[in-house]
Design a protein around this ligand. Structure first.
Ligand SMILES: Nc1ncnc2c1ncn2[C@@H]1O[C@H](COP(=O)(O)OP(=O)(O)OP(=O)(O)O)[C@@H](O)[C@H]1O
Ligand SMILES: [Mg+2]
Length: 156
């Protein structure tokens, strides 16, 4: 696990770009954190960097639930009533797609696929954000070095 501190939204964007450069096709990236933690902000940064389109509009998929892009899918399962709905949503239509999932607690089966787990929390006194990044079923690889500028502490 890598612990990071993002002092401002620009740092979140930069962390997203670093993560984007170290994702493999088929990776599932689970984004955990309370309302307003910054899950959509991080997903937006990952998608823009991955597609090389810094100004791409990336709406929160709160209502659409699933928002597909080229080779990457952004989902917000907050409104998902039952895990079985995932099949109908077409969340995993192409096993080569990268899938970014907000509120993954709604569909724990997603954790069986390889990828990254990112948990986002508020910094002390509400300033900035603390992030923890964990590799699941794959190595962190070069991502650990890429995230070094924001490293807060290390465990394990
Ligand atoms: N490192 C940071 N420091 C301070 N503010 C930040 C940081 N990163 C992102 N933010 C801000 O925090 C807010 C996060 O909102 P966002 O919609 O991404 O939250 P969310 O976790 O997706 O919420 P929801 O559960 O409603 O989907 C945005 O206003 C963003 O600019
Ligand atoms: Mg969101």
């Amino acid at each position: 696990m890598i612990a990071l501190f993002a002092p401002d939204a620009a740092a979140t964007d930069a962390i997203g770009a670093a993560i984007a450069a170290h994702l493999f096709p088929g990776d599932i990236v689970t984004l955990e954190g309370d309302l307003g933690a910054g899950k959509t902000a991080l997903a937006r940064a990952i998608i823009r960097a991955r597609l090389g389109e810094p100004d791409l509009e990336v709406p929160s998929p709160t209502f659409a639930i699933v928002q597909p892009y080229s080779g990457i899918v952004h989902a917000d399962l907050y409104r998902l009533a039952d895990e079985s709905e995932i099949d109908e949503l077409g969340l995993i239509e192409d096993v080569g797609d990268i899938v970014l999932v907000e509120w993954p607690e709604r569909a724990l089966s997603l954790m069986r696929r390889p990828g990254l787990g990112v948990a986002i929390g508020m910094g002390e006194q509400g300033a900035g954000r603390v992030l923890s990044v964990t590799a699941r079923g794959r190595e962190l690889g070069g991502l650990a070095d890429a995230l070094a500028p924001w490293r807060a502490e290390e465990t394990q």
